[in-house]
Ligand binder design. Structure first.
Ligand SMILES: Cc1cc2nc3c(=O)[nH]c(=O)nc-3n(C[C@H](O)[C@H](O)[C@H](O)COP(=O)(O)OP(=O)(O)OC[C@H]3O[C@@H](n4cnc5c(N)ncnc54)[C@H](O)[C@@H]3O)c2cc1C
Length: 471
């Protein structure tokens, strides 16, 4: 059996009554969606809310949530700290709009979960972005000043007393925004699956998309989607429109995108429950804590008093292959342990489990929503920032698929001119050279030593990988 991340196991153990979906039938669908993660589910639900009669089917090769959506850190973050990058890429008014929409989305997800009784431990308790060494102090200032200039700055510098709520003396300074939080991601995605089925969306799990062809009828074009289900035989369904919401599997299914994303692991550990210890550290809340390096350390607690700590930018898969390493305990547990020690010293936390998963990094660090072929749409590139952003993806994709010509469909993330990573083997080789440079720089800074010029230069090449604009 495949190794399961902690969240997914916990969600499935608590899913006592599994709602079952209607089966795929022979009548044509209006929309077929490949992938039952946040993106596929939010899109389907949004379409049903806007156009209730739409016939929608979702094909998911495993169980909904077994991709990135059921294994991520559950940190609900916005694009406010990427304002400068958004502005540079899409212009000021789009950047402002995207920042505001991402902040609204945190509350919209929370509201949706409440309205639909999705019990997913979601806490809109905010986020602290800290300086966990002297070199990180002030790096956010240009971004926060730019947000101030357009009256969009929701971040406040915290005082010494509030700083204690980051739980670690390593955090020398921090800013706090209330528009953020944390969630048990697998419970959220399984809850979305349940709601989608209740809305009449057909969800076929253990059903693998194989290929599609187009059939030209006099009036409109039909797409034939081939898939294999539990019986292993190849079957076909008909649909008017097709969405690929497959995240890290995009290069495998659509090789034309193989240079637009790089699959890189994010790795995490979760401790056994230690609520008293967390309380003593002032960590009895659901805010996410993130430091200001490129490969951020981030941590949050759970309702039952565990601490989860994650770190991105570890394993790069050659030629974007979906390696078995993504379905195993983290091979970077020693680095994660080092981070735990860095923040919490002699903490006495006992690690319960580690896991990992592939993030689909785009060159820009922002997702893209492309119409690749008439009536065929693709979404990917969340770059490790997708819990909140996939809700926005759902709005954008619903507008694209319903062709509503609204602000979502017209937004800068749609039909972008995509930049490309280098070809292999230079891409993976380059990625490791840059990664190692960043690691050396960040280790030096943790030890209050000046990094080498080369490592500073290498770190600059990878600014888009950070959760906040830092250079
Ligand atoms: C380890 C990790 C930690 C992360 N931490 C955070 C975080 O703390 N905060 C944050 O905001 N973001 C985080 N992210 C990013 C976030 O999880 C993703 O951006 C988001 O979940 C993407 O959702 P999705 O629906 O697009 O993709 P997925 O959830 O990966 O869904 C894609 C689905 O497609 C299915 N599929 C693939 N091929 C086929 C096929 N042939 N047929 C049928 N189905 C197929 C897969 O099985 C999968 O279920 C993290 C990501 C990872 C990997």
């Amino acid at each position: 059996m495949t190794y399961q991340p902690f969240w997914f196991d916990q969600a499935m153990a608590e899913e006592t009554t599994s709602v079952s979906s209607a089966s795929i039938d022979e009548n044509p669908y209006n929309i077929a969606i490949i992938g039952g993660g946040f993106t596929g589910l939010w899109t389907a639900i949004t379409i049903k809310q806007r156009a209730p009669k739409t016939r929608i089917v979702i094909l998911e090769k495993d169980l909904c949530g077994q991709g990135a959506s059921g294994r991520n850190g559950g940190a609900m973050l916005t694009w406010s700290t990427k304002y400068l990058s958004l502005k540079k890429r899409f212009g000021e008014s789009q950047a402002k709009w995207l920042v505001q929409q991402s902040e609204n989305a945190v509350h919209a997800i929370s509201q949706f979960a409440k309205e639909h009784n999705i019990d997913c431990d979601l806490r809109v308790d905010g986020c602290y972005i800290s300086a966990s060494n002297a070199a990180q102090q002030g790096v956010l200032a240009p971004c926060l000043n730019a947000l101030d200039a357009v009256s969009l700055n929701q971040w406040q510098m915290v005082n010494k007393e509030q700083l204690k709520h980051t739980g670690s003396g390593q955090n020398q300074h921090a800013v706090f925004s209330p528009h953020a939080g944390s969630v048990q991601p697998a419970k959220l995605v399984r809850g979305l699956r349940r709601v989608a089925i209740e809305m009449g969306i057909v969800i076929s799990e253990s059903t693998r998309y194989v290929s599609y062809t187009k059939e030209n009828a006099p009036q409109n074009e039909t797409i034939n989607v081939c898939y294999s289900d539990k019986s292993q035989s190849i079957k076909t369904l008909k649909t008017e429109k097709l969405l690929f919401a497959v995240n890290a599997w995009l290069p495998e299914l659509m090789p034309q995108f193989s240079r637009n994303v790089v699959l890189v692991s994010s790795d995490m550990v979760i401790t056994k429950p230690m609520p008293e210890r967390l309380k003593a550290l002032h960590l009895n809340h659901g805010a996410a804590v993130i430091d200001s390096r490129i490969f951020v350390n981030y941590y949050r607690t759970t309702i039952d008093g565990r601490l989860m700590l994650g770190k991105g930018g570890n394993y790069f898969s050659f030629a974007n292959q979906m390696s078995d390493k993504f379905n195993a305990p983290s091979q970077y547990q020693a680095e994660l342990q080092h981070s735990l020690n860095y923040f919490f010293g002699d903490h006495g936390f006992e690690i319960d489990r580690s896991w990992t998963g592939p993030s689909d990094r785009s060159v820009s660090g922002f997702p893209f929503f492309q119409e690749t072929d008439k009536n065929v749409v693709v979404a990917a590139g969340y770059s490790g920032n997708g819990v909140v952003q996939s809700y926005l993806g759902g709005q954008i994709l619903a507008s694209m698929l319903l062709n509503t010509h609204d602000e979502w469909q017209k937004c800068g993330l749609v039909n972008q001119k995509l930049e490309r990573f280098p070809i292999e083997p230079f891409r993976t080789l380059g990625a490791y050279v840059i990664r190692n440079g960043i690691r050396r720089k960040e280790r030096a800074e943790d030890n209050n030593v000046a990094p080498s010029k080369l490592d500073n230069y290498l770190a600059k090449l990878s600014g888009a990988a950070a959760k906040a604009d830092t250079n």
